[in-house]
Design a protein around this ligand. Structure first.
Ligand SMILES: Nc1ncnc2c1ncn2[C@@H]1O[C@H](COP(=O)(O)OP(=O)(O)O)[C@@H](O)[C@H]1O
Ligand SMILES: [Mg+2]
Length: 248
């Protein structure tokens, strides 16, 4: 049996009196594609912050690749193979595409505590950065400053950066948000083309996109898991239909 990429057991986070995330239990297998959906304020981004370590849970346990990381800081979790993107683009706007990717690749090296950098390793780094840029269809823009890219290309760059550390679990927070229909299709194709060995947890607002991407789906509502299961089970669920169609 392979070790799951992620196991959450009764994970909660309170902000004062508000239970933003309330007893969430979830397992994501190695290489699984999982969508996390739910209305605004359901606790999806907070759950990502708990998984990546930006926030500490007030209760529960988080395991990554079989290791208990509940009290582990974000950089050590990243070193275990987790990467994320943010709901709001976080790029170095004044740096070029290539410089952004180089920095992300270098950060990975730093985590491995490379003390003496051989000249050849810098060439490796540039090679790897160029590969990533090409892989994400950004080669023609390598010398362009991030702030000059279209919003769609900025989001692509963000996913490219998250891949720099060769993650085994990728957390994507609404990567299609704000994209045109065409850009959104391109992003979807890009996500489909990711290495199938990488587990992906995708927060997605558009149910059609979420269901097309993920074989399993978790619906969060007011911090709690409302429904969890195969996409056909979830889409057929009455409570889910009420939330999305009935406007709870
Ligand atoms: N740092 C914080 N301090 C206080 N309340 C927060 C904080 N972060 C999120 N919240 C609240 O937690 C709830 C869940 O927010 P969030 O996780 O951003 O939801 P979603 O991503 O599903 O839209 C919201 O009511 C939000 O206002
Ligand atoms: Mg959010």
């Amino acid at each position: 049996m392979t070790v799951p990429a992620l196991v959450l057991e009764g994970v909660s986070r309170q902000f004062g009196g508000l239970r933003a995330v309330d007893g969430v239990t979830l397992t994501i297998g190695a290489g699984e594609r999982h969508a996390l959906i739910g209305p605004n304020g359901a606790g999806k981004t907070t759950l990502f912050n708990l998984i990546s370590g930006e926030l500490a849970p007030t209760a529960g346990r988080i395991c990554l690749f079989g290791a208990d990381v509940t009290r582990m800081p974000p950089d050590r979790r990243a070193a275990l193979g987790i990467a994320r993107t943010f709901q709001i683009t976080k790029l170095f706007a004044g740096l070029t595409v290539l410089e952004n990717v180089l920095l992300a690749c270098e950060a990975l090296d730093a985590r491995k505590l490379v003390m003496h950098r051989a000249v050849s390793s810098y060439a490796d780094l540039r090679g790897r950065a160029a590969q990533l840029i090409e892989r994400f269809g950004l080669s023609a823009l390598a010398g362009e400053r991030a702030r000059n890219l279209s919003y769609g290309d900025q989001r692509k760059l963000e996913v490219a950066l998250s891949m720099a550390g060769r993650p085994r679990l990728l957390l994507l927070d609404e990567p299609m948000a704000g994209l045109s229909a065409g850009e959104s299709r391109a992003m979807h194709a890009l996500l489909e083309s990711l290495d199938p060995g990488i587990a992906v947890l995708l927060i997605e607002h558009d149910m059609d996109v979420a269901f097309a991407f993920a074989e399993r789906v978790t619906v969060l509502h007011q911090g709690r898991v409302l429904v969890q299961g195969r996409r056909d089970e979830v889409s057929a669920n009455r409570a889910v239909q009420e939330i999305y169609l009935g406007g709870v």
